[in-house]
Ligand binder design. Structure first.
Ligand code: MG
Length: 157
């Protein structure tokens, strides 16, 4: 049986924060605001995987009220979700994701993101597809005030 999960995440961008996307620090003058490292792509992937597994959402497993997760690397979230999937005898088939940010260009960072995500999820890099888009100058993302990620994941088992 193949199961699919969909996810969306958004983080505000502010100066004085690191911009971590897919486990990679992207050099930029703003970073994402969040209780953890604010890694919007990793959060969306976690949520898509949890959704496909029928295991709720990221907020259930990593509540932002829990000081344990303050400043946590989202790689830890991915690794934990990976363990939950193994426990449920589910295998990741494929992940597709879109990151929406006005600036900077993300394409040059995709190889490093593929590597980091595949390592955290214990899968092959070819099982992950990443896409980047701008918001054509529209809305909060278009004004450079926020970063968004969408993800879909399919599981087998
Ligand atoms: Mg988030």
């Amino acid at each position: 049986m193949t199961r699919c999960g969909i996810a969306y995440d958004i983080h505000r961008l502010a100066s004085g924060r690191k911009l971590i996307i897919g486990g990679v620090e992207v050099p930029f003058d703003k970073g994402s605001v969040g209780h953890s490292d604010g890694d919007v792509l990793s959060h969306a992937i976690c949520d898509a995987l949890l959704g496909a597994a029928g295991l709720g959402d990221i907020g259930t497993h990593f509540p932002d009220t829990d000081p344990k997760w303050r400043g946590a690397s989202s790689a830890v979230f991915l690794e934990h979700v990976c363990k939950l999937l193994h426990k449920a005898h589910l295998r990741i088939a494929h992940i597709d994701a879109i990151v929406v940010i006005e600036k900077p260009k993300l394409g040059p960072h995709f190889p490093a993101m593929h590597k980091a995500l595949a390592r955290s999820l214990d899968i092959e890099e070819r099982q992950i597809n990443l896409k980047a888009k701008t918001n054509e100058g529209v809305g909060a993302v278009g004004r450079g005030e926020a970063i968004v990620a969408h993800a879909i994941a399919s599981l087998e088992g």
